[in-house]
Unconditional design. Structure first.
Length: 400
């Protein structure tokens, strides 16, 4: 599998010292395909367009859904499915935690991957340049400090994690990029004379840096050509949090049906968790109640994401002509279930279905009946039977 770099408005390949320029990202796929030739290819893509942002931010320690709930107000792109985003491993920062958050200012990665696939080029994984740079050093200093920078004539991207400070990145673009980077590097070397530094790029660029920082007498500063960097067997596991691409999609109708069932189980589980949190919230007062409400809001966001996934799976079920209309039923349940309802079990037969669950204690009057009305569809009849302590059963017969 080849590793290629999209940096700014150019492709960088392991078998060529000269980059491949393109006018914009709409042209990038065709330029790379023309260079690689007609045979199928698999790539690891290092993705660093000018529209990709990286910021250091405090954060909770948790999953992607936790970060979306906590950070999307300040960084709306991470709450938008069309924008690719990822993050570096979450590290302790005093009494809290922090990370480096990578996100697209403009949603372009999905389209690029699709355009490459249309050219028989499969993209297996996608990584920010800073994540790739951090994985390149062969040796680490005793202090743990690391500074790695990719350097070209008009672009520089640097990752730095000092021994006594917080990690961060710095970027410079344009004609003054090398001058500004040279000034930054001189300050680092002035404070840390022996700290190892790895520069990735053409060693001839060192000449342009000489007015700011003479590198000829710096044995701790090493150069690695960009072509050799792209050929290194860098270990970047797919489940690393900086990976931009989601897991491999489900492609067969049989797997789609299975995934739909699993997605519904997950939906029921999360609904049950929401119900449990709700009950605790009603039995708790003051500040603790507000904390529980925040947790519920995060879970609602997760359920909404599940609803979108179920919609896509339902379409796959429809294309496979699976009967009874399980896909349509799952879609309507996911789209209409109120947050006060917890779905415990769904059973399906060739002729009908039964959905069992519970309603929260403080559910407004008429909520269940309003839900039943929204769930009604010509494909089935529907009957709502309330039980004790908020239990309910929604049963229906499929139309023939």
């Amino acid at each position: 599998m080849n590793t290629v770099l999209l940096w700014g408005d150019r492709w960088w390949l392991s078998d060529s010292a000269e980059p491949l320029p393109f006018a914009d990202l709409d042209e990038a796929a065709s330029v790379l395909a023309a260079r690689l030739g007609p045979k199928p290819a698999r790539l690891r893509l290092i993705y660093q367009p000018d529209s990709l942002a990286t910021v250091a931010t405090p954060c909770p320690k948790g999953s992607r859904s936790t970060l979306i709930a906590a950070l999307s107000a300040g960084f709306p792109a991470i709450g938008t499915p069309s924008h690719a985003w990822s993050h570096e491993p979450i590290l302790a920062k005093g009494d809290s935690f922090a990370t480096l958050l990578h996100f697209e200012r403009e949603p372009r990665l999905d389209a690029l991957v699709d355009q490459l696939a249309a050219q028989s080029i499969t993209v297996d994984t996608v990584w920010p340049l800073t994540t790739f740079l951090h994985s390149l050093p062969d040796e680490w200093s005793e202090s743990g400090a690391v500074t790695v920078a990719a350097v070209s004539a008009d672009r520089v991207c640097a990752y730095r994690h000092p021994a006594d400070g917080e990690r961060g990145i710095a970027r410079w673009d344009g004609e003054s990029a090398l001058d500004e980077f040279g000034t930054w590097l001189r300050e680092i070397l002035g404070r840390n004379l022996e700290e190892p530094i790895l520069l990735v790029g053409d060693p001839e660029i060192a000449t342009a840096l000489e007015p700011h920082v003479p590198l000829g007498d710096r044995p701790n500063v090493k150069w690695l050509s960009l072509t050799k960097a792209l050929t290194r067997g860098v270990a970047l596991p797919r489940n690393h949090p900086a990976q931009f691409l989601p897991p491999n999609p489900i492609v067969t109708p049989q797997r789609a049906a299975l995934a739909a069932s699993l997605a519904f189980v997950a939906l029921a589980g999360w609904s049950g968790a929401a119900y449990a949190h709700d009950v605790v919230a009603w039995r708790t007062a003051g500040a603790d109640r507000e904390i529980r409400k925040q947790e519920l809001r995060a879970e609602v966001a997760h359920l909404q994401a599940n609803a979108g996934e179920i919609t896509r799976l339902r379409e796959a079920l429809g294309r496979a002509a699976i009967r009874p209309p399980a896909g349509l039923l799952l879609q309507k349940i996911a789209a209409t279930t109120p947050k006060e309802a917890a779905c415990d079990e769904l059973s399906l037969t060739d002729t009908g279905f039964a959905l069992h669950g519970h309603l929260a204690p403080s559910v407004p009057a008429g909520t269940a009946e309003a839900w039943r009305a929204r769930l009604t569809d010509p494909a089935w009849s529907l009957d709502l039977k309330p039980g004790r302590d908020g239990a309910f059963t929604l049963s229906g017969d499929f139309s023939r």
